[in-house]
Structures are given as C-alpha cells and as structure tokens.
Ligand binder design. Structure first.
Ligand SMILES: Nc1ncnc2c1ncn2[C@@H]1O[C@H](COP(=O)(O)OP(=O)(O)OP(=O)(O)O)[C@@H](O)[C@H]1O
Ligand SMILES: [Mg+2]
Length: 137
C-alpha cells in the first residue's frame, strides 16, 4: 500500500498529520504497538525537520506485510555536515523554532535509534531526502 502526504512550508500547526495517519493505518493493520511507536516517532521527527529547517516537501509511505518504508523529501538548504547533524544536541534551529519547543538536536539521533535502516541524501541549496525503514517482524 502506498500513501503520500504533502508537508506545507512553515505549517507547524498541521505538523504531525502524516505520522498520525500512519499510526491509525498501522493500528488497523494489527502491527505490534512497539513497532507502531518506533515508526511514528521517526516519521514525526522527519516531518518536523522538513518544516523547521526546510521549506516543506512530500512524504511517501509504503507498507507491506513485513515493513514500512518512509521517504521524507524536502526542498530546502540541505545539511552541510551530516556527521555534525547526527550528533545528539547539535542544532541550528532558529529562535522561532526553539520557541515552539523544537531545537534540542535530538530528532535525527532519535530517528536513527527508532529505525532499522536510515539513509539521508542531502544537497546544499537543494534539499534533503530522509529514507527510513522499520521492519515489523
Ligand atoms: N530537513 C532538513 N533540512 C536542513 N537541515 C536539517 C534538516 N533536518 C535536520 N537538519 C539539520 O540538522 C540539525 C539536527 O537535526 P535534529 O532533528 O537532530 O535536531 P533539531 O531539529 O535541531 O532539534 P529537535 O529535533 O530536537 O527539535 C538541525 O538543527 C539542522 O541544522
Ligand atoms: Mg529535529
């Protein structure tokens, strides 16, 4: 099954819609709660990053019997130093983003912890694509 969601530029109010929808879908499919939790945590962090650090984009989700693959692709500044970005506590979040409670520098480390496979393709000045896989077995 394939699903896609738009991530609207700057729309913090609606952030988390994709992860909520995916949560509902996985519940209906009878996926084990710990796997639903891992999936939703990772997708939420990636979704927020596309709004907080980029200009929105698109989410594509593929679910089959044994796994979910989530691709969050944004148009944005890209990530100049991925090693730094993956470090716990490292953040370039703006004061406005911090006021909304984000910017602890924990999103990408959390994505890594909660997924079985993580691939980040990023190009400075173009955008970032985060591909996350969670196995249900
Ligand atoms: N989609 C993205 N586009 C551009 N830069 C990004 C993107 N995602 C992450 N980054 C960069 O990587 C840094 C670390 O991201 P991470 O999600 O770990 O922390 P954060 O978003 O700053 O804070 P938190 O996720 O804890 O609210 C960000 O501050 C930003 O510099
Ligand atoms: Mg983040």
């Amino acid at each position: 099954m394939h699903y896609s969601f738009d991530i609207e530029r700057g729309n913090f109010a609606d952030a988390g819609q994709a992860s909520s929808s995916v949560k509902r879908l996985l519940k209906q499919l009878g996926v084990a709660p710990p796997n639903i939790k891992r999936t939703v945590v990772a997708l939420f962090e990636a979704e927020i990053n596309a709004i907080a650090h980029a200009y929105g984009g698109k989410i594509d989700v593929d679910i089959d019997d044994g796994k979910i693959v989530m691709v969050v692709a944004d148009q944005g500044p890209g990530i100049p130093n991925l090693d730094l970005a993956m470090q716990e506590g490292w953040s370039t979040a703006s004061p406005q983003v911090r006021e909304m409670g984000y910017g602890a520098g924990m999103g990408l480390p959390n994505i890594r912890k909660n997924t079985d496979e993580l691939k980040i393709d990023t190009e400075v000045g173009v955008g970032t694509t985060v591909t996350m896989t969670v196995y249900f077995a």
